[in-house]
Design a protein around this ligand. Sequence first.
Ligand code: AQP
Length: 334
Amino acid sequence: MDQNKLNTKRIFSGIQPSGVLHLGNYLGAISQFVKLQGDTNSECIFCIVDLHAITVPQDPKILREKILELAALYLACGIDPTKSTLFVQSSRPEHSELAWILNCFTNMGELNRMTQFKEKSENKSNYSVGLFDYPVLMAADILLYQTTHVPVGEDQKQHIEITRDLCERMNNKYNGLFTLPEPMINKQTARIMSLDDPNNKMSKSSPSPSSYIGLTDSPEIIREKIKRAVTDSGSEIKSGEDKPAISNLLNIFAAVTDREIADIEKDFEGNGYGEFKDALAQAVISKLAPIQEKYNKLIAGKDELRKILADGSAKIAPIAQKTLSEVKKSVGLG
Ligand code: AQP
């Protein structure tokens, strides 16, 4: 396939419908998606990656609900289905089919090096082959749409690298099947850290709900979680390598208010953690209030959400089918 057929950027990214969507997912991913869909030179495709979610055990009833909740959250955060395409990964069988083909061109050693797999399988007596294969399915998602750019948080950088390696390997062997995708990582919000351990990223699979701020958390819960967030030794509100906890809180403050960290530090000169945390909680509550209001309305209209997802899937079908058919022909399957 001739990647130069695209004279616009094609953006693709996905989020798993698992756990509770948190401020890290919003700042590191969704808020970037919303900015990108405003660019007339970008064609945006956003996916609910349910096939990725089942790489770890899921309750079928809850998973079905989470898919619609994530659709409602995407829309509530500002994804506009008239500007972007929103769909569910498993509604397009081309993802699984391309993933299988790519599996046959991926080395075990490459997947063995993936840090996300190491972290997620650590201390587990058993885990699925799907969890090990997660990066190949992600590569299929991206390459299927001839994606030029992938907005993600820092934790996904290694998976984009393996996608690029697979892309180049297939292109060298079969004469340019895929577009080489570039990661898009926003430095400031690429890695929002856990509230109870600033050395770990904020994560929806964390067993401790006080480690993350959920996008649908009530104002009381947000205040409580921020009040309990760990801080560093000393009492200065200052960012720095030796102050990972306060740096993370300042980073969140700056991101939700669209301000510079230095400005916020100045505002709190001479103040203690108490005043700072109260103001941070208020800033987060104000940022999430309009999202929560929209979310509550959207989640009440499940049929409309299903329709948006089905329309999205139908809209991008021709791209997925064309890429898959060319890949199958190239490898001798069609
Ligand atoms: N803490 C974070 N800071 C910035 N960005 C983040 N992302 C995740 N955590 C942070 C970005 O959110 C997008 C969607 O993530 P995902 O649903 O695919 O799962 P993940 O990357 O594995 O994120 P989680 O929330 O930590 O889930 P679990 O706990 O299930 O692993 C991605 O772009 C990701 O980079």
